[in-house]
Design a binder for this molecule. Structure first.
Ligand code: TYM
Length: 331
């Protein structure tokens, strides 16, 4: 059976981008066709300025939302990254495999470090080494496929490079994974700025639909989405980024084809109304189940405890093999 691994970092409230780009496929497809692990990757949330209490809250909320979205702990392994030491152990070994130059080339590092410097903050070293920890997350489990949105493609490429390099130098240890992306909505854009990604860590919330927004708020955000200067509804990412984003969201929610959908609307207003309805309907059950699950924190704790135990057992042999291959004396 294929091994699948993916993760989500608790740096903010989860968004429609996380849902359509990643979570929904984990729930509907991945957990049924593979031996799948999904992780709330909390160590990754420490790479930028953070409030400890907030990270703890968001980690629990992310785990609850993943269950609310439909991950079934009987079918997949759901756990919190920091509960499994193997990630940090392997990360160091991979730091001894990666180069400074290749990490400095990562787009997200360039963007986020520039942002931090711009606002007078120092750049944490972990922001630079973050993709190595991500590679460790993936390689520790002998992962074949990594279902992610478009923005993670470069990090998975690096993971592949590190696996191949390590295997060549020290003997075959790691499975070389590949990224998979959803056919539509692999990059959901901000509704107020359709040239930038809808991201949970962004400050302003008007262009971001959060999974826990109530229906009225979702509707308002979609109806106020920035559209383009043309009038006809056309699917064209470069010339019509706003409308194209709405068509992608609708296509993802309604399992349709964005180009075909473009032909069904004669005005932006009609399209927006349909998108608002579709998003509200997709999020409604998630929000309702979240409310029920959040009322029972001991259930969530138990799921995460069992998940971490299972994950530890799966990662240990590979990480031990990497320690041994690279020249460390067995304990
Ligand atoms: P994160 O937490 O930013 O996002 C989690 C998942 O959601 C996808 N995503 C989007 N998809 C479409 N449109 C968007 N606007 C959008 N925003 C986010 C992301 O592509 C991702 O699949 N580095 C990762 C977390 C991570 C990871 C891993 C993922 C750590 N270790 C190992 C896979 C495997 C991240 O920051 O995702």
């Amino acid at each position: 059976m294929k091994r699948i691994f993916s993760g989500i970092k608790p740096t903010g409230h989860l968004t429609l981008g996380n849902y359509l780009g990643a979570m929904r496929r984990w729930v509907e497809i991945d957990q049924h066709r593979s031996d799948a692990l999904f992780s709330v990757v909390d160590l990754h949330a420490l790479t930028v300025e953070h409030d400890p209490a907030r990270v703890r809250r968001l980690s629990r909320q992310a785990a609850t939302l993943l269950l609310a979205a439909g991950l079934d702990p009987e079918r997949c392994t759901l756990f919190v990254q920091s509960h499994v030491d193997e990630h940090a152990r392997l990360s160091y070994i991979l730091e001894c495999t990666a180069t400074d130059g290749e990490l400095r080339r990562m787009i997200q590092y360039k963007e986020k470090s520039a942002q931090a410097r711009g606002s007078g903050e120092s750049v944490r070293l972990s922001l630079l080494t973050y993709p190595v920890l991500m590679a460790a997350d993936i390689l520790a489990y002998g992962t074949d496929e990594v279902p992610v949105g478009d923005d993670q493609a470069q990090h998975v490429e690096l993971t592949r490079d590190l696996a191949v390099r390590f295997n060549q130098r020290y003997g075959h240890t790691f499975t070389v994974p590949r990224a998979t992306h959803p056919p539509v909505a692999a990059r959901v854009m901000d509704l107020q700025d359709p040239t930038s990604k809808m991201g949970k860590s962004h400050e302003a919330g008007a262009g971001i639909v959060y999974l826990l927004d109530d229906a009225d708020v979702v509707r308002k955000k979609v109806l106020r989405a920035v559209t383009d200067s043309g009038r006809d509804v056309a699917y064209d990412r470069a010339a019509r980024p706003g409308v194209t984003n709405l068509l992608e969201i609708l296509a993802a929610c309604a399992d349709g084809d964005p180009m075909e959908l473009a032909g069904s609307y004669s005005s932006y207003g009609a399209l927006k109304k349909e998108v608002a309805d579709a998003v509200v309907e997709v999020l409604r059950p998630v929000r309702e189940r979240h409310a029920r699950l959040a009322a029972d924190p001991s259930y969530i704790d138990e799921v995460l405890r069992k998940g971490a135990e299972r994950a530890r057992g799966m990662a240990r042999p590979t990480v031990d093999a990497a320690f041994s291959a690279i020249g460390l004396l067995p304990a």
